[in-house]
Design a binder for this molecule. Sequence first.
Ligand code: HSE
Length: 434
Amino acid sequence: MKPVKVGICGLGTVGGGTFNVLKRNAEEIARRAGRGIEVAQIAARRPNPKCETGATPITADIFEVANNPEIDIVIELIGGYTLARELVLKAIENGKHVVTANKALIAVHGNEIFAKAREKGVMVAFEAAVAGGIPVIKAIREGLAANRINWLAGIINGTGNFILTEMREKGRAFEDVLKEAQALGYAEADPTFDVEGIDAAHKLTILASIAFGIPLQFDKAYTEGISKLTSADVNYAEALGYRIKHLGVARRTDSGFELRVHPTLIPADRLIANVNGVMNAVMVNGDAAGSTLYYGAGAGMEATASAVVADVVDVVRALTTDPENHVPHLAFQPDSLSDHPILPIESCESAYYLRIQAKDHPGVLAQVATILSERGINIESIMQKEVEEQDGLVPMILVTHRVVEARVNDAIAALEALEDVVGSVVRIRVEQLN
Ligand code: HSE
């Protein structure tokens, strides 16, 4: 049988990795796919020194690939929303299947792209968009298809996890670690996407859609970054038996779905609390399978290429099937997506770590306890540290039971209004993940 011809758009880290893996493992891949896979054209602005492209035709124009009549599958690896959207829509219009690693594109424009792909009967595969080399989309979409998924929680940004790990283990400064992650090629072009949780929110949006069968709704995800975390809180969390991780959490509740990315205290003995450095992990809780955990490299040249090439193999295997029999883009049949709402953060529920800087006066603790109890907030543990020499204040650290966020907001406002409380109350959400 003739080989399937693919075009690679973008020859950066992931594009170069994809070319190399397709070439190196060509025989093994053909045995799996049932046909050879040939890179017929590459679109790149500059060569990649880590990639020997040999006689493969190279153009600077990505649309040449999308319009190339020889090409069956366009692999979009240019990143960003605007040009990537145009490229993918053009490829689909031309009847080509698409494989992409672009989480921002799928999270923001996925609904439009999938509708267009259905119209044209083509596949759009995006395993590499979430958690790099971990086949978590396939696991949720296909492996857990029997389950009603209750919740999922993931460390889905390697740069952020690397920063938090280095801060905790080596006491390194935030900026210093970020520079190293950039040099290692993990960070986004705009690193605020990593540290402010936008990249994780893109990935969480995708995971939530395939877990719950809801349209992609990136604009409704709550996003809070790690740039304001202090080593004091990292250390207090440790003393309480927790680790701080930048977690994406999606949860099914009776009134809607929670979709939130924020620093989170998790018990130090959970497997996921021990996922360190640039590694990613996603925990999924389904009613039949219980909790499952997926771990691996969330970024990097060949780890991400592994997911891209697996998608290419999937597309090749399904080339001769009727479009109605393709695995649905978002795991659920498109006419069966749920319109259950995404909850605003005020309506989400979790436990809370609160750090209050108080004057060392009698009765402060009683006032704090009263404010919380008046709002029905149950205290799980409390830790009061010695007076800090530089300002004479006492750090008071509380962990609450689960409560709806609006009540905690109200309590924090009341705490900050106390005469004996100085500055802002630090609030970090807590998840037990059990
Ligand atoms: N910037 C991302 C990360 C790359 O650090 O995880 C992979 O999406």
